[in-house]
Design a protein around this ligand. Sequence first.
Ligand code: WTA
Length: 665
Amino acid sequence: MAGDATDRPGEARAAQQRLDALLQEDRVFAPAPGFARRANAADPAVYERAERDPDGFWAEQAAALRWMQPYAQVRSGEIPHVQWFPGGRLNVADNCVDRHCDGPRRNKAAVIWVAESGETRTLTYHRLRRDVCRCANVLRSLGVRRGDRVAIYMGMVPETVVAMLACTRIGAAHTVVFGGFSAEALRERMIDAECKVLVTQDGAYRRGNVVPLLQNAAEAVRGTPGVSKVLVYRRVGAPALQADLPAGMAVDWAQAMREAAAECPCEPMESEDLLYILYTSGTTGKPKGIVHTTAGYLLGVATTHRLIFDLKEEDVYWCAADIGWVTGHSYIVYGPLCNGATTLLYEGTPDFPGRDRHWRIIEEFGVNIYYTAPTTIRTFMRWGTEHPKSADLSSLRVLGSVGEPINPEAWMWYHENIGSGRCPVVDTWWQTETGMIMISPLPGLVPTKPGSATRPFPGVAAAVLDEAGNPVGPGAGGNLVLTRPWPAMLRTIFRDDERFVRQYWSRYPGKYLTGDGARVDADGYFWLLGRVDDVMNVSGHRLSTYEIESALVDHSGVAEAAVIGRNDALKGQAVAAFVTLKERGAAEGGAALKAELQAHVARKIGPIAKPDDIFFTAELPKTRSGKIMRRLLRDIAEGRALGDTTTLADPSVVARLKEQYEEGE
Ligand code: WTA
């Protein structure tokens, strides 16, 4: 709940001590003069100018897009129902592909793909345009029209990028579902978004194994009457498509693309037309369909990408996230391609075939900008420096971090061992809902402090508020809010505007509630402290405690479940579940049942949501009104002294639970 930041004094104290230590050591990294001189954002006045006239700043940036019809206004509407660039018309595929084909980028690599097997494929902008056109024509032939929704359930292959851009070309919206989600999760999202067509692939490679995407997809469409066709890209060479899908549903990607025309005009879209829906976990059991629209989103991701990563024409840029998450949408596909960049796409995991895989890729392709998550950086730390040391990483210029707070130790390791102490590290804070990076250094202008995302992007306004809505003083913790609309902001939750208003805009009227805790130091630097609501962040994957609880109680043996994210040195957070059983006593919940429950959660949501710990208990600590006290469960799981237990119906429950938990460890 929103007050939790202050409910966790132990953590807050630890964070404060860390911060004090860092400030004492004065570890502040000023931009190197050579870098600063050549930086895309080199004039410090940009902050002040954007602050004075934010709409003017965004209008200036908007000149970099190709418009089919000029907009009438930069912004209109009342918070939170804001429109950006009303009256304007443009097309995202036109901006991300076609316009680059009209000039010297025509033969530039748009996408460099590295398969897990080592095979590579490069799509130039010209070639990408032809594939996007073909795919757009295929989608049309399958009945997709402007305004329709298409589900995409694929792995990290260029065809995923092609399918997304093909949707935007014909004015259809996509909803990409991460390949680690289960059939049931896919079905739920396709039903909510009312998808007409599903694009998938037979299987995806992961550490040499095959993830059975088509099998999941087939299971999902069986319960989704709205989906009439499934376009299947054969990546692993499954012999038969029809076997898995109802008769007449499957369409073979390769064959359809061969037969399709390589020309297809771009639909002129309104600025505020739906671009995509991306489902994310919230504080209830039902995922939210976050709605992003056309002009503002594209502008937001392109501008931040160009300035924060200091993109140069000749750069090779690599974001190692998955396209199924917002980071992949904004910073593998739309931002980079809108800027005419070369974006590298890697299919596999960092440890296949060896733990030096990422460094080999950087060396082989001369990667200049590398963007990954703290959980991955901590994994690299554990693997040891011999792996990065064995590769030539001298092409690197800028390093990025995203997805969770980066601990100063990981920041320093990244800076020293990957960046040789010479590459600026940009810690970028944002969310599925914000669409674009909101808090991050501009690498040529802002001195960095390890562990701080530094300051809001020009034109963005953020604050840290106490429970009463007053800004907290330097060093104190509170709720991070965004106090001014921004172009890539979510417009609503699909088909649930009421939830949109309630969830984000009503805690502090007129301000956007992020759900994150933060503090601001005396220099105005933001230090992110993690979620303060019931959203967890496990290895950079966003999960909801309620979603996992619903999956657990769906099992016939479970009476009640409480799930929390406990601190984990590697994953950021790990999922811990406290479960009470029907009929049987807690003592009967053994290893077999634990494995069964883990498999059940994997089936309901996906392997990413499997609880790390399952603890069987006779009772859960509850308030007199019956609310489970998750805060106390967190204290138990993290081995802390119990916080305030006076509101419990029966304080002895939690004391017993703590004893049992410690015995069980
Ligand atoms: C967390 C991912 C600290 C945060 C782009 C946020 C971060 C949630 C950072 C959104 C960062 C993301 N420092 N925390 N640099 N970046 N987060 O929607 O808790 O998957 O609310 O978007 O990740 O996760 P989402």
